[in-house]
Write a protein that binds this ligand. Structure first.
Ligand SMILES: CSC[C@H]1O[C@H](OP(=O)(O)O)[C@H](O)[C@@H]1O
Length: 345
């Protein structure tokens, strides 16, 4: 996808989002004029991907301030936004950053306070694009001159405010003229890989193939994959990573066959407050996502469903975690503590 496609645009007190529920069949946009619109857009995955969710939520907080001059109403609106999806830490991180701007400037005239909140939301969006390009540059160093890469879910411009995390690394390696080939798995049940990553790879003209999720294991066993690059939604202080369902299984297979396995995340996706992955809330989504495919029923009516949207990969299965502050290698806990102290790795 060329960079003219913006995942989210904010203008005239309106957040415009490319509707990721129906890409690539249709390129259409949804406008959000209230914080309730933004909450729905996040919850229904019109916008998805940890950094993109954070950026959208930041504008949702600004819209809440526009709608709610009363402090208690505003705080209630922010709480409502924070509950839209539980796993990606970027949602809470962005809301908390906006709330800090609000509290710090609460005594300013209302118009000035609103301007400062909008400026903070713009900064969060702009910083994310810069962060993605920086981590992509750092991450491209782990991509051999000739490599076949497996990626999972969607971690491109659509999952962020622009450019991408793991797919950002892949694009950077490609534009660096590395001889890469990408296998993108479909990523059931929402098909972020088949719908979104395939679209971004084709737009970028990166040599690639789409595969069923369950084909990855055989490709890894048969030595067809040199490297796995994927995203993350919340990283615990010991390096455990919550990411799209299926990540854990891929990590086990890669560990068994000695394939490098990297999560690519901005530091804003690290939750320094939780000691390990057991504390990460895992979102469970509607049964229909599994019983239906693009609205067509495939499972018998009334069949019970377990539909976790994420799983947790233990740090022991990771080769490294690529960030804009450097690559976190084992010992993960100690190196994450260095990041928390503001060091660059
Ligand atoms: C760049 S973070 C992308 C991250 O978000 C995806 O989840 P979802 O599509 O449900 O928001 C997936 O976990 C990706 O790795």
């Amino acid at each position: 996808m060329d960079e003219s496609f913006a995942t989210l645009i904010f203008k005239d007190d309106t957040l415009t989002l490319i509707d990721q529920r129906i890409l690539p069949a249709e390129v259409s946009y949804v406008t959000c004029k209230t914080f309730e619109d933004v909450e729905f857009a996040i919850r229904d995955m019109i916008v998805r991907g940890a950094p993109a969710i954070g950026s959208a939520a930041a504008y949702g907080v600004y819209l809440a301030a526009l709608q709610c001059p009363d402090d208690a109403d505003f705080k209630k609106a922010c709480k409502f936004l924070s509950l839209a999806r539980p796993t990606a830490v970027n949602l809470g991180w962005a809301i908390n950053r906006m709330l800090a701007t609000y509290e710090h400037n609460i005594k300013q005239p209302r118009a000035e306070l609103l301007n400062l909140l909008l400026a903070e939301a713009d900064s969060i969006r702009e910083e994310d694009i810069k962060t993605n390009k920086l981590m992509s540059r750092i991450g491209a160093a782990v991509v051999p001159q000739k490599a076949t890469i497996l990626t999972h879910c969607n971690t491109g411009a659509l999952a962020t405010a622009g450019w991408g995390t793991a797919l950002g690394v892949i694009k950077t390696a490609f534009y660096d003229k590395k001889d890469i080939f990408v296998y993108a798995d479909e990523t059931r049940p929402r098909f972020q890989g088949a719908r979104l990553t395939a679209w971004e790879l084709m737009e970028a003209k990166i040599p690639s193939k789409l595969i069923p999720d369950s084909a990855a294991a055989t490709l890894i066993r048969d030595g067809k994959i040199d490297l796995v690059l994927l995203g993350g939604d919340r990283v615990a202080a010991n390096g455990d990573v919550a990411n799209k369902l299926g990540t854990f299984a891929l990590s086990v297979i890669c560990k068994a066959y000695g394939i490098p396995f990297y999560s690519v995340v901005p530091v804003s996706t690290i939750d320094f407050s939780i000691p390990d992955g057991s504390a990460i809330p895992i979102e469970e989504r509607d049964a229909e996502e599994v019983t239906h495919v693009q609205g067509v029923q495939v499972a018998p009516k009334g069949m019970d469903v377990y539909n976790p949207a994420f799983d947790v990969t233990p740090h022991q299965n990771l080769t490294g975690i690529i960030t804009e502050k450097g690559i976190i290698y084992p010992p993960f806990k100690e190196n994450i503590e260095r990041l928390e102290r503001g060091e660059t790795l």
